[in-house]
Design a protein around this ligand. Structure first.
Ligand code: FES
Length: 571
């Protein structure tokens, strides 16, 4: 080890504060040699009983510690804000940036030389990675892993996507109360996160594609013994990473971000990927833009056949060979030299990964779909962009022109969507306002609002829906999301009225409100901002500082990093 350990500043000194730092920690029984130059590894744990997807991570921390000790490190576990997607209100996205601040400040303020991030549920991956990036120490991620496949009456069911199905009003008639109870108990059969290619699985694949995990870590189910092996090996590896000074800046290069975009397209990952990757890039000072997602990813073929758009689930993906197969198969699109946490380039790590089931992971020669990435739309309705996932949309609606049916808020939508008097048909375009980062606040996953009951009863399955919100990675439909600027800050979306014609043309990347510039100016002049949703506390702070979706919805003052140095001492 050439560089002096950061933790030396706390434990290596013979002055009063050195005594204080060591002495109090000794109450846990650590022997002398723990303070004599062992790399201190912070194990950042998002375990919480309020985050069901991360409920197993308390045990995993012990396994990571085993690896750290074996490699000669000194493991110290610490808790951070954990965000449970299905439980927190109004939306975990409101707290992603808060959690990232917790991670950043805890790492920097403590005698930590390297970090292991234990993650799982949707926001626990980006929040911890964002925080770690703003410090920049050697960091490895251990994704908690998906649940086993859900089961219902002999068939596999995926988290979320099956729920959407039974939630559809018409669908309810086909399922009895007992059926729904069976789904409830059969959909979450084991520890782990959602096992569709929803946001949590997308995030796990994202960190593997970025080079932040040991090869193959993303797809291993939470309860598979090999997940524990990965945790232990990650514990060993982080100690070596500290010795090699393999910091985040050496891994999270522009090339790594471009690789992640390619892989996300090939796996059919969630649209939430965009917002989180932009935020992570912002922390690293990498100039990644919304246009990069379209330029690099839009024409990438789809290889992975997972729900919500495909047939299989994460357990099947793992048995088929997992992400290493996709990385190998996509080789010609990737920056093969991008460095990863095990000290080897991504191309080297994955070059021999065999595929065991081409129904689950298709080949590049015979992909499931030719162009699978996320399309970025532009036009007067979204000057800074909006996104759509074509693989989750209806081909017939990819070019469409129809009259707007406008809902000013989510509450307005709930109140009127099933009003028999509502003038709406399958050609209408549902416009939902007030669900952006500032407006809701926190940009909830509501963009895939249900169709009106009267259209469902007619057999209509999809309609164009446009909003400044997000969509769950387990959902699908012709849903235009992340409209920026959002309605609550005066974006054109705020000015749309019932009956205005809206044109969407995905092939030409266009989203246009067909009214005259003159009329638009008139409406803009008359527009008044809605009252803010909070006047105090974190939520007020969030509203005052959150950036728009096309920048990753991070807080403006959190972009970039402050490194690991602490300017003032403890006196
Ligand atoms: Fe945690 Fe889906 S609810 S990953």
């Amino acid at each position: 080890m050439s560089k002096q350990l950061r933790s030396f500043d706390w434990f290596g000194k013979s002055d009063k504060m050195g005594f204080v730092h060591r002495s109090w920690l000794r109450n846990q029984g650590y022997p002398d040699d723990y303070f004599e130059g062992k790399p201190v590894i912070g194990i950042c744990n998002t375990w919480s009983e309020l985050t069901p997807c991360n409920g197993h991570l308390r045990d995993f921390a012990e396994i990571v510690k085993r690896g750290v000790v074996e490699a000669g490190g000194f493991p110290l576990e610490f808790p951070v804000t954990s965000l449970g997607e299905t439980i927190m209100r109004p939306t975990t996205m409101l707290f992603r940036n808060l959690a990232s601040m917790d991670v950043e400040e805890t790492i920097r303020a403590n005698p930590i030389d390297g970090v292991v991030l234990l993650t799982g549920c949707d926001k626990t991956t980006p929040s911890t990675v964002m925080g770690a990036c703003s410090v920049g120490l050697p960091t490895i991620v251990v994704p908690g892993g998906p649940m086993l496949n859900g089961r219902f009456r002999g068939a596999c069911i995926g988290s979320g996507s099956f729920n959407w199905l039974i939630k559809e009003k018409q669908g309810l008639e086909h399922y009895s109360k007992e059926d729904i109870h069976e789904v409830e108990v059969g959909a979450a059969r084991s520890q782990g996160h959602c096992m569709t290619m929803g946001t949590a699985s997308t995030m796990a694949c994202m960190v593997e594609a970025l080079g932040l995990t040991l090869p193959g870590a993303a797809a291993i189910p939470a309860v598979d013994a090999r997940k524990k092996t990965i945790a232990q090996l990650s514990g060993r590896r982080i100690v070596e990473m500290v010795k090699e000074d393999l910091t985040l800046a050496k891994i999270l290069t522009r090339e790594a971000f471009e690789n992640a975009i390619v892989i996300n397209a090939a796996i059919g990952g969630s649209t939430n990927f965009i917002i989180h990757l932009l935020a992570i890039a912002g922390r690293m000072g990498i100039d990644l833009t919304l246009e990069d997602f379209d330029r690099i990813g839009a024409r990438i073929p789809l290889l992975v056949n997972l729900k919500p758009s495909g047939e299989f689930l994460m357990e099947d993906f793992y048995y088929a060979g997992g992400l290493p197969v996709v990385i190998r198969e996509m080789g010609r699109y990737l920056k093969q030299d991008a460095m990863t946490v095990n000290g080897l380039p991504i191309g080297e790590n994955n070059k021999k990964s065999p595929c065991y089931n081409t129904e689950v992971i298709a080949t590049l020669d015979q992909p499931l779909q030719q162009e699978a990435g996320i399309a970025v739309l532009k036009g007067n309705l979204c000057e800074n962009g909006a996104v759509i996932k074509p693989s989750a949309a209806s081909p017939a609606l990819m070019k469409h022109r129809g009259p707007a049916v406008v809902f000013e808020t989510m509450e307005d939508y709930h109140q009127r969507i099933d009003d028999p008097a509502l003038e709406i048909d399958e050609h209408s375009v549902i416009v939902l306002k007030g669900v952006g980062p500032v407006g809701y606040p926190g940009m909830p996953e509501v963009g895939n609002v249900d169709l009106p009951l009267k259209l469902l009863e007619k057999g209509i399955k999809d309609m164009v829906r446009i909003s400044d919100g997000r969509m769950s990675g387990t959902a699908s439909g012709t849903v235009v999301l992340h409209v920026s600027p959002e309605s609550s800050v005066g974006g054109t979306l705020a000015l749309v009225k019932d009956g205005d014609m809206i044109e969407i043309d995905v092939a030409n990347r266009k989203l246009q409100l067909d009214i005259s510039d003159e009329e638009l100016q008139k409406r803009r002049k008359a527009w008044q901002a809605p009252p803010p949703q909070a006047t105090r506390g974190y939520v007020k702070f969030y509203i005052d500082h959150v950036q728009q979706a096309h920048l990753g919805a991070d807080l403006d003052l959190l972009r970039g990093g402050s490194g690991s140095a602490v300017s003032r001492d403890l006196h």
